[in-house]
Design a binder for this molecule. Sequence first.
Ligand code: ZN
Length: 235
Amino acid sequence: MISALPIAGGSACGVAAMAWAVRGRASAVFGPSVWRGPRERRAVALTFDDGPSEDTPRILEILAAHGVPATFFPCGANVARLPAVARAVAQARHEIGNHGYAHPLCCFRSSRFIEADMARAQQVILEHTGLRPVWFRAPYGVRWFGMRRAQRRLRLQGVTWTVMGYDWNSRAEAIVERMAGRVANGAILCLHDGRELRGQPDIGATIEAVRRLLPLLLERGYKLETVSQLLCPTT
Ligand SMILES: [Zn+2]
């Protein structure tokens, strides 16, 4: 569904985000979301939802080895559980977005519930990392009444993804094959460094997929950028 409405205030990077948002796979009722960046630049954004988890540092190591940034959309409750890991993500200069506090499925929830969950995540992320997210990724990608207003009030811009890794139930080879097959200029790639609110989740397939995927993307000439760099290019 194409949204015809521009973002009213609170956009993460002004005109550039707005230009992309109006083309987004977004709902005019539930609030706009951006799902990809410009096709003109050979750049992509690697994103991770549902962290931090005990094994997030293993992903940070791989990113550091290649000297590339990523964008993490942690659950607030996981940040509260593992604040040192969340801090390590921020200190490695990756971008941090908002993925809600308790990873709620927002359909049929009240506007008040939705905004409170998003605000709580915003607060805990700021408290533990010093960063105030400007991007919001709805849990399960599900949008609902009240999200648009909550985003505006919290100054959050919605962002979804171009390619989903389905890494929570796939083997590394399948994840890499899917993502490498569908990647294109401006793509936002979605993986998971946690599994909702589970403690000590097995993210082995994700880690192995990142290990194989990154050199492949770099070999093909893609520049890895944060969501802000991809959607709000300054050059
Ligand atoms: Zn999630």
